[in-house]
Design a protein around this ligand. Structure first.
Ligand code: HEC
Length: 194
């Protein structure tokens, strides 16, 4: 078990310590984390190259339309194949499904605190088993950093044609003003345990 996994596991265990006594991550937690990491690779691994290609061939204003249709589509396919809920969330949202729930908001706020304390965004993740309404749900989040290419559509100085393309699909857009290295949001995955 590497240190980060252990840290996440201990953090997560401490949050649920009132109801559970397993301070050390169980085998099922370990395999859920491994599965979730694989899904990050599948989802992010399809999204980013496809985005780059769309930017290259059509330019950023056209790529906005691509993100609008493709990002939810890729998420849907990964969800159907895996049986997990697959989403991306943010404290400053653009897409219709990106609004975080209470648990996700708390994790996103903690990600920002962890970054401020010097932790690398690239490997930042958190997981917890939630017991609610008689079922257990494994929830996993992984921070998404802001790279240079992301600033074209999420930065502080988005070009006018790109702004217009974004406003067309997202009149309520709140996902600009990010700087390189900021936490843009997070992958958020969930699986109901049998
Ligand atoms: C061409 C413009 C464009 C670029 C470049 C771009 N995005 Fe986005 N981004 C969008 C659009 C459009 C959406 C909304 C997608 C939807 O409707 O689900 C979005 C949504 C997101 C979301 C989901 C949360 C939310 O607020 O909807 C995250 C996270 C995100 N982008 C991160 C990134 C990162 C990281 C990069 C750089 C690797 C990036 N984006 C580059 C246009 C862009």
């Amino acid at each position: 078990m590497n240190f980060k996994v252990m840290t996440a596991a201990i953090l997560s265990a401490s949050l649920t310590s009132l109801v559970s006594s397993n301070v050390i991550a169980s085998d099922s937690t370990q395999s859920n984390i491994a599965e979730a990491r694989g899904l990050v690779k599948q989802f992010g691994g399809q999204l980013k190259p496809a985005l780059k290609k769309a930017m290259k061939s059509g330019g950023p204003a056209v790529a906005v339309g691509f993100c609008h249709s493709k990002a939810p589509e890729i998420a849907k396919v990964v969800a159907e194949k895996s049986g997990w809920d697959i989403n991306r969330v943010s404290l400053k949202t653009r897409g219709g499904t990106a609004k975080p729930d209470a648990w996700e908001t708390q994790v996103l706020n903690r990600f920002n605190k962890r970054k401020a304390a010097g932790e690398a965004v690239k490997t930042m993740e958190f997981s917890e088993v939630i017991h609610e309404d008689g079922k257990s749900t494994f929830r996993y989040m992984k921070a998404i950093g802001t790279a240079q290419i992301c600033l074209t559509c999420h930065g502080t100085n988005v070009a006018e044609p790109v702004k217009q393309a974004i406003a067309k699909y997202y009149p309520q857009d709140n996902a600009m003003g990010f700087k390189k290295g900021d936490i843009r949001g997070a992958f958020s995955f969930a699986k109901v345990e049998k």
